[in-house]
Structures are given as C-alpha cells and as structure tokens.
Design a protein. Structure first.
Length: 122
C-alpha cells in the first residue's frame, strides 16, 4: 500500500471513529441519542415522577413514570401503546400539568415536548 493510500485510510478511519465509538458503548448511548443530547435546549433532571397521561375526550388516565424532566420536555415510560400525538401530562410528584407533544417513541419510552408551560394544579 502506498503512503498516500495509507493516509487516506487513516483520514477515513478518523472520520468514522467517533460514530463507531458512540454505537459501540454497549447500548448506553446510540448515535440518535447523542444527536438528541446536542439538540436539547434545557438541561434534564433525572426523576422517577409518578404521572398520568390524560387524553382529551376520554375519562381514562394512563399511568406513566417520568424518567427525566426539564422546562421544555420529559422522558416518559408507559405500557400504553396507542397514544395520541398530543395529550395532557399530570405530574403528581411535582403537582404540575402541561400539554405535551410526542417527539419520539421507542418501545415503552416516549420523548415529549411541553406545548404549554407546566402549571401547578393544586
């Protein structure tokens, strides 16, 4: 292999390495998660808040757990599979509620953006 080819391979390898490192961390952080981290506006706080998803025109409250929360959104965990893209999240731990918009879904995890600022419901 010529020196110029070796240099090109090294350059190509160095361009791929950060992406490979992210994907090879044992599933702790995927490339998509790293990208989401970079797009976040507000810092998220780890939590285990007891919450309910309230669907408009329904009397059913769907239990969920807020895994992390910020001023702009939250990571929810729920067994519910058929949720509308927009709903009210009632956080019983913090005594706040907000209209939420689903940003993404992956199995039992749902990332939401707050469409309205969280308000106290006491």
């Amino acid at each position: 292999m010529q020196a110029s080819q070796m240099r090109r391979n090294d350059e190509t390898d160095s361009k791929l390495r950060p992406q490979q490192d992210i994907e090879m961390t044992g599933g702790a952080m995927t490339r998509a998660a790293a990208t989401a981290e970079e797009r976040r506006v507000a810092e998220r706080e780890a939590s285990r808040d007891l919450c309910e998803i309230l669907v408009e025109r329904s009397r059913i409250a769907i239990p969920c757990l807020a895994r992390n929360i910020s001023q702009t959104g939250a990571l929810l965990e729920t067994n519910a599979t058929d949720l509308p893209n927009r709903f009210i999240l009632a956080n019983h731990t913090r005594h706040i509620r907000s209209v939420c918009q689903i940003a993404w879904r992956h199995g039992r995890l749902i990332g939401v953006r707050f469409a309205t600022a969280p308000r106290s419901f006491e």
